[in-house]
Structures are given as structure tokens and as C-alpha cells.
Design a protein around this ligand. Structure first.
Ligand code: XIL
Length: 395
């Protein structure tokens, strides 16, 4: 009887796996991880594995490998820049939707979900907006209306095509800012006060009842001491308050920009962090994972190998923590390959790089194989399929 039941379950599981065209968890020792894409390996867990997409590289006919990897390896995409305010509305009242629409069409053609990035952030704002506020020609009252219109227009334009929106990005300060007590920072908090956060979620929900609405930030990987300089605690407290106030927030996005020069997290610290947020009834996602290294002294393999290994380890810690939490719905890398990574242009003193899972010539690095191995090796009882999250209507 027992045996029969097992057989029925096994046959059913194999049938499901066959329809999904993925290797079942019981596939056995003939499975060679290198034969499968990341997206197929992640599908076993109903996990979406994504990448930020550089639209210029995607459309560069001289660089076909980039496009091929975005298609074949990933089941979700994020616009690296083309959905940011300065790109969407460079001139007041004139929207440039085409590059973002093209990315969405590409995603649809390749059966990929789209993370919308980003509605409210203090960076990459159009000059007409920041200058208008600075010279007083845009009042605070008008600014709030402008933000409401922006969220409403953008979310409506993409309605039904975005799985998860990063509604508010990087609203909290860092312990190295002054004052070191964590506080709401940046353009929006300075001009509108912290109430803009709840407003932004409500406006986004009114424009699309079905998208999952996320708060997204960096250095969220682990709780600190719970004191005034603990950024994760600060964010936890305000997200909890948003939920309690009936604000329609659905998820927490941990960017996951790490560096091999820093101390390493362990997988249980990170999974504890995720659990505290998902225990609030939220979904979670890693949204911008990359692991950079200092590059000035990387002359030979003595210097390169430890960096590649540390990068692989850190990528793995984040992915394993995500796998351990069935509410962790997606794992997005911030860039496909080192030749198109934001790191070398942003971290120059000292120079940093080596942050992604493919090198400059699109060869997969240790981190790539480690992510794939994690996806292949994970399964019950500790790793269960993802549990879909329903959009929170708010009240
Ligand atoms: C970065 C892009 O990768 C760069 O191309 C751009 O010049 C600056 O922004 N956190 C975020 C992302 O939320 O939007 C940032 O992306 C990286 C840090």
C-alpha cells in the first residue's frame, strides 16, 4: 500500500516535471548541472531568477551573446535604467515609453516576468523636477501632485505587465551618514516628509490592483544590534507600521549588493532576516544581487581565485537563504556579465569589478556554477516550493 502510494506520487511528480520541462528533484546522479540553464533549475522551486537588463546591450547587434544569455538563463527581467523617472519623463509632460515597452515585449516573447524598477527614488530624477524644487518654481504642494501623477501614469501605462513594482527605493539612511541614527533620507523625505512612502503605495495600488508592491533597499542582509544605527531594524519597524496602518505593501526587496572585501554573512543570518519580514505577511525578493571586488591588484590567479571564490560564496549565501524561505519569490542579479556591470563605473576609488556571474567574455564564473549547484541540490524538507502571494488591497 505504502509502495503504491509512493509510486502514484512519483508518477504524478514526473508528469508535472515533464510539462514544465524541468528536471524533477528525484532525477538522480546522471543529472549534470552544466547541462541546464539557471531558469530551468530555478523553476523546480517555482523561483524566478532574474537579471537587470541594459537595454543598449540588449539591442546591440554586434553583441548577440548578451541577448542570448538574457533569454536563455533568466525567467525574470528588471530594467536597469529605462523605467527610471529621468528616462521615462526627461521633459515635463513628455513620456518616452518606447525603451521600457520594448523590454516588456522582449520579456513576453521569452516567457519572462518583469520587475518594475522604480517608482520613487531620490536618484536619476529628471533635471526639470529637481531644479524646479531647488529654485522654488515647484512648491511642496505641487511636488506631491507631481509624484502622485507620475506613479499613477507609470503604473497605469504598464498595468497588467508588471509582476513586482519597486514602489519606494532606498528611503532609509546608513549608519555612516550624519546623524548616524537611521532616519528617512533624500529628496522625497526632505521635501514631503516620511508620509510620501504610505502615499506612494496607495497611489500605486489604485493604479494596478494586481501588481505586487515592494519596498526595496540595500544592506538589508542581516539584522544588526537592534539599536539606533541598525538600518534593518529601522526598515522592519516602518514596514510593520505600514502593514498595521493598512498600507498596501506586499513585499520587501533586499538589493544584495555585496563586496568580497567585507565580512561574509552566513546563510542562517540572512534567512533569519527574511523570516522576520515574511512573518509580517510579506513576500521577499533579492532584487539586485552582485558581489564586487577590489581589482587594482588582480594581476594573476593568486589574486583572482580568492575573489572568484568569495564572490561565489556570497552569491550562494543569498540564494540559499532565499531558497529556505518559500515566500522568497525571486532572485535577481544586477547585470549579466562583467563587461556590462555598473560596478566599474560607479566604484572607482579604489577600482572595483568582477561583480557578476559571467566574465568580460561571457564565460560563466564560479558564482554561476555555485548558483546552479544550489538550485539543483535544494529540495524538501528544508526547501519547499515558493508560495504565491496575493496583492494586499490595503484599507
Ligand atoms: C544603477 C545602474 O546599474 C546604473 O547603470 C546607473 O547609472 C545607476 O543606477 N541601486 C538601485 C539601482 O536601485 O537602480 C542602481 O542601478 C544600483 C543601486
Amino acid at each position: 500500500m505504502k509502495l503504491r502510494r509512493f509510486t502514484v506520487v512519483a508518477v504524478a511528480a514526473a508528469a508535472v516535471a515533464a510539462t514544465l520541462n524541468v528536471v524533477p528533484a528525484s532525477a538522480g546522479p546522471t543529472t549534470k548541472p552544466a547541462d541546464q540553464s539557471l531558469r530551468a533549475a530555478a523553476a523546480r522551486h517555482n523561483l524566478y531568477i532574474g537579471t537587470a537588463v541594459d537595454s543598449t546591450a540588449l539591442n546591440d547587434a554586434a553583441d548577440p551573446k548578451y541577448r542570448e544569455l538574457v533569454k536563455s538563463q533568466f525567467s525574470s527581467v528588471t530594467a536597469e535604467n529605462v523605467m527610471k523617472w529621468e528616462s521615462l519623463e526627461p521633459t515635463r509632460g513628455t513620456y518616452n515609453w518606447a525603451p521600457a515597452d520594448e523590454l516588456i515585449a522582449f520579456a513576453k516573447a521569452n516567457h519572462q516576468l518583469v520587475r518594475g524598477h522604480v517608482l520613487v527614488w531620490h536618484n536619476q530624477l529628471p533635471a526639470w523636477l529637481t531644479e524646479g524644487v531647488a529654485d522654488g518654481s515647484i512648491s511642496k504642494t505641487e511636488l506631491r501632485e507631481i509624484l502622485k501623477n507620475h506613479i499613477t501614469n507609470v503604473v497605469k501605462h504598464f498595468k497588467g505587465k508588471i509582476w513586482q513594482w519597486d514602489v519606494v527605493n532606498e528611503a532609509a539612511s546608513d549608519p555612516w551618514d550624519s546623524p548616524s541614527t537611521i532616519h528617512y533620507k533624500g529628496f522625497w523625505a526632505q521635501n514631503l516628509g516620511e508620509g510620501y512612502i504610505a502615499d506612494a503605495f496607495r497611489w500605486a495600488r489604485a493604479a494596478d490592483p494586481k501588481a505586487l508592491l515592494f519596498y526595496n533597499d540595500y544592506n538589508l542582509e542581516a539584522f544588526g544590534d537592534g539599536g539606533p544605527s541598525d538600518k534593518v531594524q529601522f526598515i522592519y519597524n516602518f514596514v510593520k507600521k505600514l502593514k498595521a496602518d493598512g498600507v498596501p505593501i506586499d513585499g520587501i526587496g533586499a538589493q544584495g549588493h555585496l563586496g568580497t572585501q567585507y565580512g561574509n554573512y552566513d546563510v542562517f543570518q540572512v534567512s533569519d532576516m527574511l523570516k522576520r519580514f515574511t512573518d509580517l505577511g510579506l513576500a521577499a525578493a533579492f532584487t539586485e544581487v552582485d558581489v564586487r571586488s577590489y581589482t587594482a591588484t588582480v594581476a594573476d590567479s593568486n589574486e583572482l581565485n580568492p575573489r572568484l571564490q568569495a564572490s561565489a560564496y556570497n552569491h550562494s549565501v543569498l540564494l540559499q537563504a532565499c531558497l529556505l524561505n518559500p515566500k522568497c519569490l525571486s532572485f535577481t542579479l544586477w547585470g549579466v556579465s562583467d563587461n556590462h556591470s555598473w560596478v566599474p563605473t560607479w566604484f572607482t576609488d579604489p577600482p572595483e569589478g568582477l561583480a557578476t556571474v559571467y566574465d568580460e567574455t561571457y564565460q560563466p564564473k564560479k558564482a554561476y556554477f555555485q548558483l546552479k549547484a544550489d538550485l539543483f541540490l535544494a529540495g524538501p524538507p528544508y526547501v519547499q516550493p515558493r508560495v504565491p502571494v496575493k496583492p494586499n488591497k490595503g484599507r
